[in-house]
Structure formats: C-alpha cells, structure tokens
Design a protein around this ligand. Structure first.
Ligand code: ZN
Length: 268
C-alpha cells in the first residue's frame, strides 16, 4: 500500500467515454460521423497527449473506461496499465443507470468488469458511474463484486466509508464535484442544449479555488476530466496549470484513486 500519512492526496481522473458518450445521449448519433469523431478524439488522440503530460510530471492517474470502449481500443487500455495508471469501471456502453431497467444494472456491471479483464488483464476496483448517476442498488452491487471504492458522491469534502442498507461497509467514497470537472465547462455540441465553452482562466479559477479550500480543510481532491475535452491542446494547458498550482503545496501527493482508497479504507 502507498504510504499517504501526512499527505494531501490529489487524484487526477479521466473518464474515457469516447463515442459511447454520444451514442448513449442519442442513438441517432450512430448516423453522425462527426459527433462520433468528437468522442473518438478521446481514446485516439487525447489519452496519449494526457499520458505524455502526466509522464513529464511523474504522475500516475486513474482512467475510468467503459467496457465497450476498452474493446474498441485495447491497445490504449494496455498502454495505460503498462504505464502504471489505474483502469477503473465506467459502465459498459456508458449507460446512465437511472435510465435502465433495474434488472439490467448487475449484468451491465459484470459485462464492464469482464471487458476490462479481457482487454487489459485488470480487475477494476474503482467505480465511476456514467454521468455520476447511481441508483439505490449500486453501492450494494459494488460491494458484492469486490470493489474497493466509488467516486461519484458530492456530499462531503473528504473520503468516507459508505453505509450500505443501514450497516457500515468497507466501500470507500472518493467524493467529486461539478466545480472540479471539465465536462460542465467544456462539453459543447449543437445537439446538447445549455452547454457552453468556458475559457481556461474561468475554469482554473474554479479548479484552483476548490483545491485551495480542500487543501486547507484536509481530506482529498479529485479532479474529473474527459480526454475528448481535456485532450485538446488548449485544455491540456489548463490541466498542466492546475498540476503546477497543486504542486506548490508541500503535502500534495498525486496518486491513483485506488492508492487513496486503500489508504482511507485502513485509516477510517
Ligand atoms: Zn463518462
């Protein structure tokens, strides 16, 4: 286990949605090659640019990959594992759990696990739900299938252990926030109303402001990015500036989610 005593863990996380984000939002996008290409930018172009940046700073990160995307881009997931990054579960075809039949939830979870095992040889220990949407059943399923942590909730600034069906569990939560996300600021499409493109300065003001507060209070900081968005050169510069900002603090440790989760599982 990575020793994180007296540190402030910062987790850079990347949801590699690829085309599955667009297909799930609207099945009609299967007939829109440009929309699909916007997604493809993530696994094809964004991930290698991001991992080169991480390598320059000696950072290992967590990539949440839908099983179907792992099957489409097996070399990408293999490379992530080879470089020491963590690969976590992100659904099979990026299904929003609140929009499927309850009986489908466990088969989708299993299908995603199997796809990551088959393509990357990894057992996913972390779960990031597509769109951060859980159901009342999800945490129990994660516990049943051997997950160590979930990274979806927004109720605290610090990691905690979940209570499941009224009893304590070992499942750790690594909390997230829309203000520490890129999709709420970068995701743009003519098909999705209400989204706009925000300038990096505005985004960094939010990311760094949240980081400063979390660092002062203790706990941890989880940044959520999407390679199809943050992989763009202009956006990658924002990620680098965030890394540089966080690195100025002496107790910061950039770690994979699983490292932080195991630390907090033992410490909490
Ligand atoms: Zn996603």
């Amino acid at each position: 286990m990575v020793n994180l005593r007296d540190t402030f863990p910062v987790m850079l996380t990347f949801d590699v949605d690829g085309e599955s984000l667009w297909l799930n939002r609207d099945p009609q996008n299967a007939e829109r090659p440009v929309a699909l290409s916007q997604g493809r930018y993530g696994p094809l172009t964004g991930v290698p640019k991001i991992t080169r940046l991480l390598a320059r700073y000696g950072i290992q990160a967590t990539f949440f990959v839908p099983g179907w995307i792992a099957e489409q881009y097996p070399d990408m997931v293999k490379a992530l594992v080879a470089e020491g990054h963590e690969v976590g579960h992100h659904g099979y075809r990026h299904e929003w759990l609140t929009r499927i039949e309850p009986a489908q939830e466990e088969p989708i979870l299993i299908k995603g696990l199997e796809a990551l095992e088959k393509t990357a040889g990894v057992q996913a220990l972390g779960y990031r739900a597509p769109a951060w949407e859980l159901t009342p059943r999800t945490l129990g399923l994660l516990e049943r299938h051997g997950f160590v942590y979930s990274s979806n909730m927004m109720d605290t600034d610090a990691p905690y252990r979940h209570r499941i069906d009224g009893r304590p569990s070992r499942l750790v939560e690594l909390p997230v926030a829309w203000t520490l996300d890129d999709s709420s600021m970068y995701l743009y499409s003519l098909q999705i109303p209400g989204s706009k493109l925000m300038a990096n300065e505005e985004v960094l003001s939010m990311w760094c402001g949240e980081f400063d507060g979390l660092y002062a209070d203790g706990g941890s900081c989880v940044l959520t990015c999407h390679p199809q968005l943050t992989g763009r050169s202009y956006r990658l510069a924002a990620l680098e500036r965030f890394v540089q900002h966080a690195r100025r603090q002496p107790r910061v440790a950039f770690v994979r989610c699983i490292d932080a989760a195991e630390h907090f599982q033992a410490a909490l």
